[in-house]
Design a protein. Structure first.
Length: 337
């Protein structure tokens, strides 16, 4: 049994959340521990598996999305330009993309490997996406944005078209309106998880284009989210109000957004919020005997209940790496948070 105690621990901690001091070990220990867990418990010869459940049972199939994030982490940590042995062969076996969620996974994979020395694989993934896209209905805003980035990166649309389509799709939308049309599951409201995707992809598009109008949209959403954080000391799963759960993957993705924004603007309010939310994940990892992190807090709520997905660990590790950059900036500018 992986950690049935998490059910009891999470139940108690969530009830006292407003009064509890969440604090983990030092950042370096969490970073090395998380990387070790990914390698030992989630990594197979062909890629990273999807999840481990609370009973310790592992999923069999490789998760394209998590494998993409794992590759990205290896690039950041080791400055590698090649895929681990065996990964390419697995990706070449896929012949069809059946729905928008699979499209999201392969778009993520393509944008991850486009700068690596994997040109034949990149061309294969590009062709796979382009053959499949006409058969698919995309109804989630963050996937539409990611598809726009793919079209731009592959030369199908110009910088002008990327900017104009992004502004047309996002300008004037409130957080509440985004949440209504941003879910992976049709006819369901989205969570902080999908919102984190949406805003980080929007930030990617700003970095592609440096268009001030996109930055203005991003800034407005960041300020709104920061106000939510100030009033609740976290971002709950439904984002807009207090809820019965937090999506840990969501608060990691929003923390990633806040830290990226801090590095860009040197507005340290956002790093302070990100550090606080990251502490929740660090504490829960410290409390788990194997160092696993559930996708949802408490673990039994909606959003991969009773499971420890690999992508949650990848987001956690990504935020820890960004935190190191922000801490360096804080030191250089003699600012304390």
């Amino acid at each position: 049994m992986t950690s049935a105690l998490d059910i009891i621990t999470h139940f108690i901690l969530f009830r006292v959340f407003r009064y509890w001091r969440f604090a983990g070990n030092n950042d370096e220990r969490h970073l090395s521990k998380t990387l070790q867990i990914l390698r030992q418990d989630y990594l197979k010869e062909k890629g990273v598996i999807k999840e481990i459940n609370i009973l310790g049972l592992k999923s069999e199939k490789v998760c394209i999305k998590s494998t993409s994030y794992y590759i990205d982490l290896l690039v950041k940590i080791h400055s590698t330009k090649t895929l681990p042995n065996g990964f390419s062969n697995y990706f070449f076996t896929h012949v069809d993309i059946k729905n928008q969620n699979e499209l999201f996974n392969f778009l993520t994979l393509y944008l991850t490997i486009e700068n690596l020395d994997e040109h034949s694989l990149g061309q294969h993934i590009k062709n796979l996406i382009q053959v499949s896209e006409s058969k698919l209905k995309i109804y989630s805003l963050h996937i539409l944005l990611l598809k726009l980035r793919f079209d731009y990166q592959t030369g199908r649309i110009s910088n002008y078209e990327l900017v104009s389509n992004t502004i047309k799709m996002t300008n004037g939308l409130s957080i509440a309106e985004i949440m209504k049309s941003n879910s992976f599951t049709k006819h369901k409201s989205s969570t902080s998880h999908e919102l984190g995707y949406f805003l980080n992809i929007l930030f990617d598009i700003y970095e592609d284009t440096h268009d001030s109008r996109i930055l203005d949209i991003l800034t407005e959403h960041n300020e709104t989210l920061h106000n939510f954080f100030v009033s609740r000391k976290t971002i709950f799963s439904n984002v807009l109000k207090r809820d019965n759960s937090m999506s840990l993957s969501g608060i990691f993705l929003i923390s990633k957004l806040f830290l990226r924004y801090t590095l860009f603007t040197k507005d340290y309010r956002f790093s302070s919020a990100a550090f606080h939310m990251l502490d929740i994940g660090m504490y829960l990892q410290k409390m788990n005997p194997k160092g696993y992190i559930s996708n949802t807090f408490p673990i039994y709520r909606y959003g991969s209940p009773m499971k420890y997905p690999s992508w949650t660990l990848c987001y956690f590790l990504d935020v820890l790496l960004l935190k190191e950059k922000v801490k360096k900036l804080l030191y250089e500018t003699s600012v304390s948070v």
